[in-house]
Write a new protein. Structure first.
Lengths: 271, 349, 301
């Protein structure tokens, strides 16, 4: 229709599409989606960039004509795989939204147990639930076009990425580690204070959210590009941190799953 | 340079003279580390008593006051196919940096060569450099200082006033700028006597004696050229975390990246400069993805080439002032003296 | 008692045009308009850009081989060598391949979009020094873009040169750039030798390595011809490495060969260090280097 054509936005004369988007959640706390809704100051601007067709956290209507799907959470149940495949059929772009979707997140901590039946019994007791033995990132099941890291995702970063998407800019994730932003913020190095920190190997972009508050980094955004994980493990040992402490950090969000697995097998730790 | 001497109490008077109407910056103790050693940082200070003028060094340099880690170079207001560009140099009032050591003032002098030289001087930097009044103070050397090897343990220009405690409750003032002279006039000072000169010399000699770490810079530019393919670079590269902390702490690292962003309302765009580090993986990556320095070892090597060879070629002096901060902050323990010794033929540790 | 320090305002006053030694030269942007977008191939467009303000436009001049920083506010800024004749004072042309962020968005730009231009920056091909002799203009792929300014200089000063040959290697037929100009170049008595890496039913010319064609062109030349010859070589590092090695073997001294290095400048003014090769700023000492200098740059090739 003519009317809608007139509403076509432009940026410096270049047409800007308003993609139809939907938000979905698999096994997760929905905290990442909450980040979007929380962002009151810029929420209206955000909504003018995209046409939200489904978003359980924010609206009751639900349409399935979306082009971009933001998927929060990891896959822990068979029905989630089915839902995921359906979304993949519809969406031109699938965004793994947050650390659970990208790496399995905190949910994947259960993957370390060798006896899932025992775990289910311990956790759910008399209330058994249908859940797989492992929690998996969504790219284990469908092709993922874009990842947004973080537990939770950082709203400013989501806005920047979405703005880039509609303008046709390349979405570039920081390749540098958290350390760079931590130093930029004039923080004390947590190693000096005796706190373990994965800042030197974890992908930046969070503006050193945790170290700013004197919490060591837990690696929620996964490894920085060319991260020297082996060297940091060595340094942590030199600082007197136990293998368990190192393992706890590496294992927490699933971004360092490979290194965590290697370390676990080396120290012979059980779940 | 004009010289004056004063009673030690005049230092507080100097601070208070300036503090009433100017922003004061200086070294402050911010924490104790695990080993019980004090950790210092340059911060804004309101009270003279908060200053730790006997500090060894700060974790990060005073660079951030002159070259902030992030700074908007321009803001664009967007209208249709058109835009207008607005610039702000982010300095609207003078400040005083009270208690900068010789190495750090020398570092600023080196930054001046690049950022305030004849080829495209940087107004963002110049605005800060010209409006930060610098009061230097004599330092307390620590084991990782190697400024003597770099010729930066003393400073001849680039500050307004330099204060040295020459013992016996007396201060020795070196007055470089007319503005400093103007300030000093309001203090109780006198002409230095030959005995004051001797006391100054004694203090300096004693200070220099405490700077024990050395770096052999003899023929270093040539040696670096010859050792371009040396296996030591890979050895250090394997240790390097590639985190950029060395550059963040360094008082002379000025490399940066520029990024442009648009607000989600598409009303305004920003061009932002962020200090970067040549040790970070994508420093030499070009559009299309080719990376000229994909290995950590080549990136670390580049950092040494820039500081100890390229800058020397261009400006007849090194871009390293021997402050030792990079080695102190490096979790992997990579230090300039050890790297250079290994390139010269020693064994990398 | 107190002492209020004086404030030094460094913002430029009054000067519209800053010299490179003035503080106002940093971040000085010419506002320019995209006046035409010509599709050269699937991946490359030729953008014609005109500085909007009349006085600004008269003020802007460049030498062949220099580059500008092209900025689309909010999207990004990147270096591009100017691909048009320096004597054209009305507009400049930039040949841009869609490979990244800025170039991707530029691919959707429209006539009338306003961009920013900073520069011109860097060194240039010393065309005057080549007057009176022969020139080999050798390009691989997108390397033809920076070569187009020196070619224009040759066309406009044809009597100043003896033999002029363009040797241009491209991956395949559909990737040839500036095909609309080939006849014109030939008419100006410039030898045009195109070689494709991949054959094509519609292509009857040579297929293979650019060095092979080069060999045919200079192989029969005598020493006096070689002594009178300069070469300008633009293309990917592997290409100019082989080409220059061959030319050097044929007797052309390295200081008479010129190459243009590609690096990702962020500032263009010798500050950001992103384009450094070894410890040389490509944006200040380059992008045009003679081959002797390139051989002396660590990590250049």
């Amino acid at each position: 229709m003519n009317a809608s054509k007139q509403e076509q936005r432009t940026y410096l004369g270049i047409p800007v599409p308003r993609p139809k988007v939907a938000f979905f959640e698999l096994s997760s706390c929905e905290g990442c989606q909450l980040q979007i809704v929380n962002n009151e100051a810029t929420l209206l601007d955000f909504l003018s960039l995209v046409d939200v067709r489904a978003f359980r956290e924010a609206m009751t209507e639900k349409f399935s004509d979306y082009q971009i799907a933001f998927i929060e959470g990891s896959v822990t149940r068979a029905d989630e795989i089915e839902r995921l495949r359906k979304v993949r059929e519809q969406a031109a772009v699938i965004v793994a939204f947050g650390s659970c979707a990208c790496f399995g997140g905190v949910n994947q901590l259960k993957n370390r147990f060798s006896d899932p039946a025992w775990v289910k019994q311990e956790v759910y007791r008399g209330h058994p639930v249908e859940t797989a033995d492992t929690a998996r990132p969504i790219e284990d099941f469908v092709k993922v076009d874009l990842k947004i890291f973080g537990c939770p995702v950082k709203k400013e970063e989501v806005e920047k990425i979405v703005t880039s998407l509609v303008l046709g800019k390349t979405v570039v994730h920081p390749k540098y580690p958290v350390c760079l932003e931590c130093k930029a913020n004039n923080n004390l190095c947590l190693f000096d204070l005796g706190e373990p920190c994965l800042g030197p190997i974890t992908r930046g972009g969070c503006n050193a959210w945790c170290p700013n508050n004197r919490f060591g980094c837990w690696g929620c955004r996964g490894p920085a590009v060319d991260a020297n994980v082996a060297q940091l493990q060595k340094i942590m040992r030199q600082h007197g941190f136990s293998e368990e402490t190192i393992l706890d950090r590496l294992e927490c969000f699933g971004g360092f799953a490979e290194q965590a697995k290697e370390l676990r097998s080396k120290i012979g730790g059980k779940g | 340079m004009l010289f004056r001497v004063a009673e030690a109490s005049q230092l507080k008077a100097l601070f208070e003279l300036l503090a009433q109407t100017n922003t004061m910056l200086g070294p402050v103790k911010v924490a104790d580390d695990l080993g019980g050693n004090p950790v210092y940082s340059f911060e804004e200070v309101a009270e003279f008593s908060r200053l730790s003028l006997d500090y060894t060094t700060t974790r990060l340099s005073a660079k951030r006051f002159f070259l902030p880690f992030r700074e908007d170079l321009a803001v664009f207001a967007l209208q249709g196919k058109d835009w207008s560009k607005q610039m702000d140099y982010h300095m609207d009032r003078p400040a005083v940096l009270f208690g900068l050591h010789a190495c750090d003032i020398n570092a600023l002098n080196r930054l001046d060569k690049v950022l305030m030289g004849s080829d495209h001087p940087v107004p963002y930097y110049a605005a800060k450099r010209k409006n930060i009044f610098i009061i230097g103070t004599g330092c307390t050397p620590r084991p990782s200082c190697f400024c003597r090897s770099m010729g930066t343990n003393t400073v001849t220009h680039g500050f307004d006033l330099f204060v040295t405690d020459i013992g016996g409750g007396r201060l020795f003032f070196e007055i470089f700028s007319s503005e400093a002279y103007h300030v000093i006039r309001d203090l109780a000072t006198g002409e230095p006597t030959p005995e004051d000169h001797n006391a100054y010399m004694r203090v300096e000699t004693e200070r220099n004696r405490k700077i024990t770490t050395t770096v052999d810079t003899t023929d270093l530019t040539k040696i670096l050229d010859m050792e371009f393919q040396s296996p030591v670079w890979k050895t250090w590269g394997d240790k390097c975390l590639g985190c950029g902390s060395c550059a963040s702490a360094c008082p002379t690292c000025y490399c940066y990246g520029v990024e442009e962003t648009v607000d989600p309302g598409l009303r305004e765009a920003k061009k932002t400069r962020t200090l970067y580090s040549c040790n970070i993986v994508d420093f030499a990556e070009v559009a299309g993805g080719h990376n000229f320095r994909p290995e950590r070892g080549t990136r670390l090597k580049y950092r040494y080439y820039h500081k100890h060879r390229g800058f020397v070629e261009a400006y007849e002096e090194s871009l390293c002032v021997g402050c030792g901060r990079c080695g102190d902050i490096c979790l992997a323990g990579i230090t300039v003296p050890e790297v250079i010794a290994s390139v010269r033929g020693g064994d990398p540790t | 008692m107190n002492h209020r320090l004086a404030f030094h305002d460094v913002a430029p006053h009054g000067h519209r045009y800053a010299r490179a030694s003035d503080l106002g030269s940093f971040e000085f942007t010419y506002k320019a308009e995209i006046t035409s977008i010509y599709r050269l191939t699937d991946a490359e467009n030729l953008y014609r850009i005109r500085i909007v303000n009349n006085e600004d436009r008269r003020h802007f001049s460049f030498r062949p081989g220099q580059f500008v920083m092209l900025e689309l506010p909010g999207v990004g800024e990147a270096p591009f060598s100017i691909s048009s004749s320096p004597s054209n004072r009305e507009d400049i042309e930039l040949c841009i391949r869609t490979v990244g962020n800025l170039t991707g968005v530029l691919g959707h730009a429209v006539r009338g979009t306003r961009v920013g231009i900073r520069g011109p920056f860097g060194t240039s091909f010393p065309m005057e020094r080549m007057h009176g002799g022969n020139i080999l203009l050798i390009a691989g792929g997108l390397g033809l873009a920076p070569l187009r300014a020196p070619i224009a200089h040759v066309q406009e000063h044809r009597s100043m040169f003896d033999h002029v040959d363009i040797i241009y290697g491209s991956k395949e037929l559909s990737k040839l750039l500036f095909t609309f100009q080939y006849e014109m170049w030939k008419k100006d008595d410039i030898g045009l030798h195109i070689v494709l890496e991949k054959g094509d039913p519609a292509w009857s010319g040579p297929v293979g390595m650019i060095t092979k064609v080069l060999e045919e062109i200079i192989g029969f030349r005598d020493v006096s011809f070689i002594r009178q010859t300069h070469a300008i070589v633009c293309g990917p590092p592997v290409m100019f490495k082989f080409v220059c090695a061959m030319l050097s073997e044929r007797g052309i001294p390295m200081h008479k060969m010129f190459v243009s290095l590609e690096r990702r400048m962020h500032c263009g003014m010798g500050k950001c260090c992103r384009c450094n090769v070894g410890s040389t700023y490509t944006c200040l000492k380059g992008p045009v280097f003679d081959y002797w200098s390139v051989m002396n740059l660590k990590e250049a090739i």
